[in-house]
Design a protein around this ligand. Structure first.
Ligand SMILES: NC(=O)c1ccc[n+]([C@@H]2O[C@H](COP(=O)([O-])OP(=O)(O)OC[C@H]3O[C@@H](n4cnc5c(N)ncnc54)[C@H](OP(=O)(O)O)[C@@H]3O)[C@@H](O)[C@H]2O)c1
Length: 219
């Protein structure tokens, strides 16, 4: 497969890149240096460059994201909001839009790296939760819009690359009592890339965090 991984220099994205390469796929790993995905133009340029380099596109993994910063609602600024929505929500859409003709031609697949934050209300992460909810809806909207040639799936990770010192607290939020790893997300991406009858669906990779209704992550 010829794959573009946005956020390919990040913690989750680089694990996806490594797994795809280990399985023999050709991968363009894009970080911020390859284009600003909070801008539609940056998204279009990145896809154009990838297609020129790889000669087409079979798989798009959108793992770019920013703006995951805790703040009480009273302190959130317009810049925080734009950062959270930019590469995550707008970037998901405009990279997919630019990639769509190439993916249609190849009968390819898009895998969007979402977050359990799309499905849970975290008071200190209002704009991040809103961006992730928008992105989760795009998984479903794009699945319908690009069918039948292109499948669109999501992976919603829980704590898989947590800040140093946060492991214990984040582990307590899960049913399995431990945090995951970026490789857990990469495994799910590879599974969905090959799951021929799956579209519009999101695979939750969270150690059972969403099941823990009594807990209050990121309160
Ligand atoms: N970490 C977790 O435990 C976790 C849990 C749930 C969901 N997720 C989701 O997984 C995705 C990746 O998270 P991560 O932890 O890997 O984040 P990360 O380590 O901070 O990496 C973010 C990636 O996005 C790129 N990026 C940021 N802003 C960009 C922009 N404006 N234009 C283009 N690229 C941009 C970064 O490029 P540079 O390297 O060039 O800055 C980097 O490759 C995010 O959507 C996040 O919400 C992560």
């Amino acid at each position: 497969m010829r794959a573009l991984v946005t956020g390919g220099t990040g913690r989750v994205g680089s694990a996806v890149v490594a797994k795809l390469r280990a399985e023999g796929h050709e991968v363009f790993a894009a970080g911020r240096g390859e284009g600003d995905l909070s801008r539609a133009e940056g998204s279009r340029d990145l896809v154009e460059r990838t297609v020129a380099e790889l000669g087409g596109l079979d798989l798009l993994v959108h793992a770019a994201g920013e703006g995951f910063v805790p703040k009480p609602v009273e302190e959130v600024t317009e810049a925080d909001w734009d950062a959270a929505l930019g590469a995550t929500a707008k970037g998901t859409f405009f990279v997919a839009q630019a990639a769509a003709p190439h993916l249609r031609e190849a009968r390819g697949v898009i895998v969007i790296v979402e977050d359990v934050a799309a499905y849970q209300a975290w008071p200190s992460f209002a704009s991040h939760c809103a961006a992730k909810a928008a992105q989760a809806m795009l998984t479903r909207v794009l699945a319908r819009a690009l069918a039948p040639e292109v499948r669109v799936c999501g992976v919603a990770p829980g704590p898989v690359a947590v800040s140093p010192g946060q492991e214990g607290r984040r582990a307590d939020e899960t049913a399995l009592g431990r945090v995951g790893s970026p490789e857990d997300v990469a495994d799910a991406v590879v599974f969905l890339a090959a799951a021929e009858f799956v579209t519009g669906a999101t695979l939750v990779v969270d150690g059972g965090l969403l099941l823990q209704t009594g807990r209050r992550p990121h309160a």
